[in-house]
Design a protein around this ligand. Structure first.
Ligand code: SAM
Length: 290
């Protein structure tokens, strides 16, 4: 098969199928031949695994995933790419293409129906406009998956993989660390894509935890507090939580003190255990109607 990272091959396919890139769908296709084999290798595309790919483009990563994994289910929103994929993936009998929006797709059903008896991994060069919602969907749905390996904008990668208690963290960091062990795998320059975006990227992997942290009394409230705490990053924890969640400041302050924290602590200084303790105490103080 022709190399799908060759610009002349991509141009040829585009001409043959009358395809033009869609900026709004985040269509920047990989042309650096070293990147996809590395994502496949480090993303668990291996024997005994089924892989879900999100956003196939012309199938450059799909091919590498299909070479390693037992089965690949590839979800692509753009129906104009389906005839191209039927062309480029014709030599693989272990790939199923689904023309759908990932945000509307029942992944649990796909895992049950397509990956019985296999471990499951997710790999993707994500469309940047929905990076966070996709990652949150994958993590929060508690799917039967071992890992999520995705290409994201470099800055987003730093935030996603930030350690709790450091300046780079945000609400998404809390969720990522709650459900997984995050790791930056490698950087990818903007010149590795066609068309070239105006930012660099990196590949990150989230190894899904068997067990989420203990002691959270109400998960929904815990994440509401995390979002509230980081909605106004420059403020103290007490100011941001009371103003973003509309809770009287004295109640928030009492919960901070009750958790043994400094009254002027900032959200980015919190460890996971401290945030859990603060959310639990705040919840108790507010009573059962929250
Ligand atoms: N995997 C290919 C590669 O590495 O060259 C393409 C990556 S490109 C950055 C993102 C792909 O995701 C595009 O093909 C785009 O059409 C697709 N996409 C965008 N939004 C999507 C959505 N909501 N659901 C599924 N696919 C989507």
């Amino acid at each position: 098969m022709e190399k799908l990272t060759d610009i002349s091959v991509i141009k040829g396919l585009m001409k043959k199928h009358g395809f033009e890139f869609s900026k709004s769908l985040g269509q920047n296709f990989l042309i650096n031949p070293t990147v996809c084999p590395r994502i496949a290798e480090q993303g668990n595309a291996k024997s005994g695994f089924g892989v879900i790919e999100i956003g196939t483009g012309i199938g450059v990563l799909t091919c590498e995933l299909a070479k390693g994994a037992d089965k690949v289910v590839a979800i692509e929103i753009d129906k104009r790419l389906i005839p191209i994929l039927e062309d480029t993936l014709s030599e693989f009998d272990n790939v199923k293409i689904i023309n759908a929006d990932i945000m509307e797709t029942d992944l649990s059903k796909i895992i049950d129906e397509e990956f019985a008896g296999l471990d499951v991994a997710v790999c993707a060069n994500l469309p940047y406009y929905i990076t966070s919602p996709v990652i949150m969907k994958l993590l929060e749905s508690r799917l039967r998956i071992k890992s999520v390996t995705v290409m994201v904008q470099k800055e987003a990668g730093r935030r996603l993989c930030a350690e709790m208690g450091t300046r780079d963290m945000g609400a998404v960091t809390v969720a990522v660390n709650y459900f997984s062990m995050p790791k930056i795998l490698f950087d990818v320059s903007r010149g590795s894509f066609m068309p070239s975006p105006n930012v660099d990227s990196c590949v990150v992997r989230f190894d899904i935890k068997d067990k989420t942290p203990e002691g959270v009394e109400d998960e929904r409230f815990f994440f509401k507090v995390a979002r509230g705490a980081f909605s106004q990053r420059r403020k103290t924890l007490s100011n941001s939580v009371s103003s973003s969640l509309g809770i009287e400041k004295s109640i928030v302050t009492e919960a901070i003190e009750g958790s043994g924290l400094a009254i002027n602590i900032r959200p980015e200084q919190l460890s996971m255990e401290e945030l859990i303790s603060f959310a639990n105490i705040l919840k108790d103080k507010l009573g059962s109607d929250e």
